[in-house]
Design a protein around this ligand. Structure first.
Ligand code: PMP
Length: 304
């Protein structure tokens, strides 16, 4: 369960969430013109709390905003400090934080530069999927809504307007009785799910579609490519088709919120024997890194 909290960071200050409401003329609300991100903090095995790959998430927030011409107006150091402050103030350990860059009021014409740019860090108490839910994995279907191929560069950034198709495809999947949808692009190549990257396992090869497709090259994807290589798998970024997913030994997703999650059933078919041992091993190793059990990856952790 994701629980909202009492205090958020807005434009450089920690304030009550109640005092951070936005008005109806908020420009980004009308046009999906904004940038977002999502990072997690984890209770550490050795005590204390750390944010996972915080610097990378904040750098991506800045570059996503910059892709649509928005400047954050806060230094990297201010944002790191803000992130740590807002987690500490709320007394959080296992949490998810949603950074959001949006254009404010009062002009709702397209000239967004007439309005102020706001930056928010909104935390939620969230300890991720239970082991049982993660072990069960999730079900998915290929979405009937394709990702526009020509917009690959925009999908490489984490922009609020990119999520329109995700929300539609997610609702369509749920109303069809499955949990998740997988996007293809207009050429029929696999992109990603509505909010996670996608991987396939064929024997010893762990592969994921390249960032030249319409997808967000996620930080969990990058982390898993490193961890999979460390575990001795061959890793590749390569185009994948739907038959290649159906014939895979395993299909799994990666994302900050859900970590590594197997898809033992896709389009009503069982994938491999459904047990997804590679996804399980990678999920465990990812959690080991996030909980501070891998000294060689201590640089991924920002201790609060
Ligand atoms: N693709 C999309 C569309 C996403 O929203 C996310 C979540 N940020 C991802 C992939 C996974 O990215 P990350 O691993 O950085 O969370």
């Amino acid at each position: 369960m994701i629980e909202p909290v009492g205090q958020v960071w807005l434009d450089g200050k920690v304030v009550d969430a109640e005092d951070s409401r936005v008005g109806l003329l908020t420009h980004s609300l009308h046009y999906g013109f904004g940038a977002l991100d999502g990072f997690r903090s984890y209770r550490q095995d050795g005590g204390g709390v750390a944010a996972f790959r915080l610097a990378d998430h904040l750098a991506r927030l800045r570059s996503s905003a910059s892709a649509i011409g928005l400047e954050l107006g806060h230094t990297h150091g201010d944002l790191v400090e803000g992130a740590c402050d807002v987690l500490r103030t709320n007394g959080l350990d296992d949490a998810y934080v949603r950074p959001l860059v949006f254009v404010g009021e009062p002009n709702i014409i397209f000239a967004h530069w007439l309005n102020p740019v706001h930056v928010a860090l909104v935390p939620f108490a969230w300890s991720g999927y239970s082991d049982r839910d993660a072990d069960a994995g999730t079900t998915a279907q290929v979405s009937p809504y394709p990702r526009p191929k020509a917009h690959a560069a925009l999908y490489n950034a984490k922009l609020t307007g990119n999520y329109l198709l995700s929300v539609i495809a997610f609702g369509h999947a749920r109303s069809s009785g499955v949990q998740q949808a997988i996007f293809l692009d207009e050429d029929g190549f696999v992109c990603e799910s509505t909010g996670e990257n996608l991987f396939a396992v064929h024997g010893n090869l762990v592969s994921t579609p390249p960032a030249t497709r319409s997808l967000l090259p996620g930080l969990t994807r990058a982390t898993v490519l490193v961890l999979a290589a460390e575990l001795g798998y061959e890793v590749a970024e390569r185009d994948l088709t739907v038959p290649q997913l159906h014939d895979a030994d395993e299909v799994f997703t990666t994302g900050t919120a859900s970590g590594v999650l197997a898809i033992p059933e896709l389009d009503g078919r069982r994938i491999g024997d459904g047990t997804a041992p590679v996804a399980r091993a990678l999920r465990q190793r990812y959690l080991d890194a996030a909980r501070g059990r891998l000294p060689e990856h201590a640089d991924w952790l920002t201790i609060l």
